[in-house]
Design a protein around this ligand. Structure first.
Ligand code: GZL
Length: 324
């Protein structure tokens, strides 16, 4: 009996010894996923918040990140994507500044066997295989929600007519095209709604100010409402309305999109009436998607984040800090 027991103990000791000295699969040995991201620029709080969130989530997921910034130029983005291909990253993600002109460089990525994910905005292409999926807001719905607020406001104010000016985002960008379409489709059935003018503000604060100045010169107090495609242009427009002797949020209704802290604070002051949220916090969904692509797993074709609307009818006193 004793001999058998001793043998068992010896066997157990050997097995334990073997596992103890077996080389652990050192974390350093499993190569970290290398994600290449081509960011379109730094034109807005949204964009800066988007970049920061992607960087923070890459850190949190233990993913190596090569971040490129194209400073609002498509040719820079194309060059950035080429350099990520040359660097042989595992996955390429990018936020296309405009919808057209991407096939050539994405064919190069496909030939290099590097999967591509679109973030925030989408592209026009006949070859759907050039990207694995899109992670971004439903911009059409954002336009609809902006118009639905204005219709409700006109009801509440008992207005017979609402003269609207639109300050659009970057020409041929997905948010500009879809926000405009959603807004116009929704007001089309309401005879009170009249579009006086639509101008290009390129999502920039400075251009928002210029556009508002010109619109006030042309239409002055005829303007009842501004539909601005992002907070930057809205914030640029505000002082021009005040310089013209009008009270923003009262004499002229302001409807905006994004929901960064600065704009939310101005809404709380009553100078903006409605902000449709467009969250830049897409980083964690992007990291999950990159890991799945690296592992050869399928990914959803389109992923829309949850978003809400903030209006002058809401109690925003308990709203958490926006983080962008
Ligand atoms: C929308 C994003 C837009 C923001 C703007 O997801 O592409 O671009 O609304 C930004 O603030 O410039």
């Amino acid at each position: 009996m004793r001999k058998g027991f001793v043998r068992l103990l010896l066997l157990a000791a050997c097995l334990l010894g073997l596992t103890a000295c077996a080389p652990k699969q050192d974390a350093a040995e499993t190569p970290r996923l290398l994600l290449g991201f081509s960011q379109l620029g730094s034109e807005s709080s949204y964009r800066i918040g988007n970049t920061r969130d992607i960087e923070a989530q890459a850190e949190a997921y233990g993913i190596s990140l090569m971040m490129k910034n194209a400073n609002q130029k498509q040719e820079n983005q194309i060059a950035d994507i080429r350099s990520l291909i040359a660097y042989r990253v595992d996955v390429i993600a990018f936020s296309p500044i405009v919808e057209d002109g991407w096939d050539t460089v994405l064919i190069e990525a496909k030939r290099a066997g590097i999967p591509v994910v679109l973030v925030d905005r989408t592209i026009n292409t006949k070859d759907e295989s050039l990207y694995a999926g899109l992670i971004g807001s439903d911009f059409y719905r954002e336009g609809v929600m902006a118009a639905e607020y204005l219709i409700r406001k006109a009801d509440r104010l008992g207005r017979e007519q609402i003269n609207i000016v639109e300050i659009r985002g970057t020409e041929n960008s997905t948010p500009m095209k879809q926000r405009q379409q959603g807004f116009m489709d929704t007001i089309a059935g309401d005879r009170r709604m009249h579009l006086l003018s639509s101008v290009d503000g390129d999502f920039l604060r400075s251009r928002g100010a210029e556009c508002m100045r010109d619109l006030l010169k042309t239409y002055g107090r005829q303007i009842d409402a501004v539909f601005s495609h992002n907070d930057e242009m809205t914030i640029g427009a505000l002082p021009e309305i005040e310089k013209a002797g009008m009270v923003p949020g009262k004499d002229i209704l302001l409807i905006s999109i994004d929901g960064g802290q600065d704009a939310i604070d101005i809404l709380k002051e009553g100078k903006i009436n409605c902000i449709v949220e467009c969250t830049p916090k897409l980083g964690s969904i992007l990291m999950e998607t990159a890991v799945r692509l690296k592992n050869g797993e399928p990914v959803e074709r389109v992923i829309h984040p949850e978003e809400q609307v903030f209006t002058d009818e809401d109690d925003l006193s308990h709203l958490a800090p926006r983080g962008y």
